[in-house]
Ligand binder design. Sequence first.
Ligand SMILES: [Zn+2]
Length: 370
Amino acid sequence: MVKLLPDKQQQEALIDTFVKFNEACNFVSRLAFERKLYNKVLLQKLVYRDIRENFGLAAQLAIRVIAKVVETYKNDKTVMHEFREFGSIVYDQRVMSFKGLDTVSLNTVRGRVRIPMTIGKYRELPLDRIRGQCDLVRRNRIFYLMVVVEVPEEEAISASDVIGVDLGIENIAVDSSGHYYSGDRIAEAGTKHSSLRSRLQACGTRSAKRHLKKLSGKERRFARDVNHVISGEIAERAKGTSSAIALEELKGIRKRTTVGKNRRYRHNSWSFCQLRTFIEYKALESGVPVIGVNAKNTSRECPDCHTVDKRNRPERSIFKCISCGFEGEADFVASLNIRNRAAASQPIVAGAIFDQPLIPQLQAPSVRVG
Ligand SMILES: [Zn+2]
């Protein structure tokens, strides 16, 4: 998400372009709906000249108007679609070009404008990794370009073990090698990361979005920094030990989530989802396979004798098997179960044993009632 820093005049040019672009969308939408005409090529013949003349849009933006309208009617042709004044605009290389890493040139209804921008975390990345197409959006009166950056993935390591990671209630994360990840020291380190809010929106559940709104900017940034650091540590540890990472399937995590009262690090579906996403993409970046496992009863199963029972958890943070007496800290025990489930599901062949990056579902463990 690249923030644009337009001066007053440039800002007006952008606002004008948004308004004209979306007015043109409404014009085309009405016509398309009235004539039941949803074919891009036919529509273009009909409206192209009008868009250019009446709305002052460049050729490529006129094409974008038509494409945007056609796209929305693909989902629903039963009602006429209306477009908001500041609906997003797709820019491609014909109407946009980056001038180094701090300026972008955009075509507007007032001609080309060169707008300063801040590119955040990706300052170190070469421009050729920026993919051609960006969405221009306006949020809270600020303009952003949503830039897609290609990050090279390392070749997958051949994993010889699995690290189970429990995104716990008492701890942010615990892994099956016994490492606990907490947010305490992270605030002191003062790490800074760019906005990755768009990542979160990929976890687009309603409740995730609600949580996102509720958190203040400061809390959100803190939680994000925590998630960045922890996910990086987990990916590094996995790589260093030639291990794959096993995580619970998201569905199960959400169910277990509870929000603590006085915790600096807020555990909620939003934060879990983000941490999980970060672990996945950091693993991918460093060639570490990620395995998803069924989350059912990971906190109630005994990793030793596999008894599953609610009573195995006499207290929130304690696991004690009612059958064989195996004892441990609850989140750590869960991480062992996650590890075991992932390992059991993998075909053990010499060399690379994890061909598939993500295995969505594993069989539930056999249940013995103690
Ligand atoms: Zn047991």
